[in-house]
Design a protein around this ligand. Sequence first.
Ligand code: ZN
Length: 319
Amino acid sequence: MGVPPVRAASTPDARCGGVQLDPSASRVGARVGHPCHGPVVLRAGRPCHAVGCARQACYVFHVLAMWLGVMSLSTTGCSGPTAGAGLVSAGQWHTVGTSVLGEPIRAYVIAPGGRTDALIMGGCHGDEPKSVYVVQQLIAEISEGRAEPPPQGCVLLPVVNPDGYTIRRRRNAHGVDINRNFPTANWAPGRPRSRMFGGEAPQSEPETRAVMEVVQRFRPRRIVSVHSIDRQRQCNNYDGPAEDWAALLAAHNGYPVTGSIGYATPGSFGTWSGVEQGIPTVTLELPSHHSPQRCWYDNREALLAFLTGASPDTQQQCR
Ligand SMILES: [Zn+2]
């Protein structure tokens, strides 16, 4: 008797990044889209919950896998070699830090010749899951061969703040806004109970230090930090020498280019990396009133163009 197929545990679900299970996967060795952890390979063996996810879609996935008699789930590429059975993959997953609650902070790294020219990250604010979804889709697009890997390399970091993301809270488990905790000249703590509390000291938080280490270790030449914003204020907000890069994104996503988000952001990542480190940095504010899928649809070409590093002039001439 044949093994019944794994069925989708849920429709695309923003809580888990919107990744559907692959209904064609049916047995040990099959690669399936895990709702929380991206591509996984089903293996026979002991139960494995090392990924430690408490979300319901993840739980349902594990129950389905066990029902099929497949007890172990190997998250493809989270350590060691990148490619699992049959997976097209251009890069490797690196653990680049650990959250307050001990969750790994992971980045997908493509480094041809040791180069990693672009960094794109999401999930700095845990209540902005669309930012995570878009970076996860970008990783899937490249790792599964639907888009060319960028020839000059990249680092893709989907969830800066995994503790906040798990419970859809802006701040980390210490109640600190990571995007106000970078060691800038204008850092200020703010009010401890506010949504934008900058912490007891600059870079006091492990998530902040993980991002700083990524920048210092991989030395990206341009950065997009993906967020989302309400009230139709979506924009390509640049810090440092990044106006041309913001314009490149705008040529594809249609959002306004702006050098100011309209309010003070002491201790922000953009100020640290763009203004003070001189690395062109764009804070891509997605429209929070759009679905994750719409955000990805509107930004796929923008982010792929940013990754390939085609000069904005060239891009505009081609349009
Ligand atoms: Zn944000």
